[in-house]
Design a protein around this ligand. Structure first.
Ligand code: DDQ
Ligand code: CA
Length: 252
């Protein structure tokens, strides 16, 4: 009996040590971040969405009474324009397509479609689950809701088309690139790379080196914000209330 207990313990501990928070181990590339540069980030911004489109870096922020959509300068981080959400609502992920900007709310049951020229709300559509992250591929919008599921949606009607299960819970801010969906895992220093066809996690990026010293006492000041730099393999990465945005490459 004692022998059996010891065996169970060893197997259990080995399993924990090799897999981290919910990330399966088979064939997963372990990557780190190589820092290529930094720029200021508004430490009051509770970053929930982060995406480059054209000459702008777009940011969605959260917290009730503080939620905004912001257009910023991708080289300086300076805010060019900002619009507020209704004060009772909690903003989440954003994504920009040629014709529209989408902005999720966390638990307010709506998603906003905005006019990219004026940033005004064009449509307010119902959202039947929590809103966390969103990104867009050439064919779909992809949303996360804090679970391990990603929902692929029609890019005009927002209607769900299919889902994949990634096996990793707490998927938060998203970034769609080529054939990978990158996702911040909430309250960790990890970004996972997901195959959009199968939902399988193909890479795990350890971004713990980025966490700014200023945020150490703030449990909500987590890594959250991945924006691919078009035409490169590089990303801008920040976090909620972080005073800095990093330009990084993911390296093995
Ligand atoms: N979510 O973004 C992960 C979906 C929700 C984050 C909620 C964090 C609440 C923080 C409240 C802080 C109050 C000062
Ligand atoms: Ca993003």
């Amino acid at each position: 009996m004692r022998w059996l207990l010891a065996l169970v313990l060893v197997v259990g501990l080995t399993g924990c040590a090799s897999s981290g928070p919910g990330v399966p181990d088979g064939g997963v590339a372990r990557l780190t971040v190589q820092v290529l540069g930094t720029m200021p980030h508004d430490p009051a911004a509770f970053t929930q969405g982060f995406e480059i489109d054209g000459a702008s870096l777009w940011e969605g922020t959260g917290l009730r009474g503080r939620s905004q959509l912001r257009e910023t300068d991708p080289t300086t981080g300076a805010v060019r324009r900002a619009v507020d959400l209704p004060p009772g609502q909690f903003g989440e992920g954003i994504t920009v397509t040629p014709d529209r900007i989408w902005q999720l709310t966390w638990q307010d049951g709506v998603v906003y479609e905005r006019d990219p020229a004026t940033l005004a709300v064009r449509r307010t559509l119902p959202l039947d689950r929590e809103g966390w992250g969103i990104c867009d591929t050439p064919t779909d919008l992809v949303t996360s809701d804090g679970s391990s599921t990603l929902v692929f949606r029609d890019p005009v009607t927002f209607a769900p088309r299919r889902t994949v299960d990634t096996g990793v819970t707490r998927l938060n801010e998203l970034e769609c690139t080529g054939n990978t969906i990158w996702a911040n895992v909430w309250q960790t220093d990890e970004i996972v790379g997901i195959d959009p066809a199968t939902g399988r996690v193909t890479s795990v990026v350890d971004a713990s080196a980025l966490r700014p010293a200023e945020t150490r006492g703030d449990p909500d000041a987590v890594l959250n914000g991945i924006a691919a730099i078009p035409g490169t393999d590089e990303f801008l990465v920040t976090g909620k209330r972080w005073p800095v945005t990093y330009k990084v490459a993911f390296a093995s």
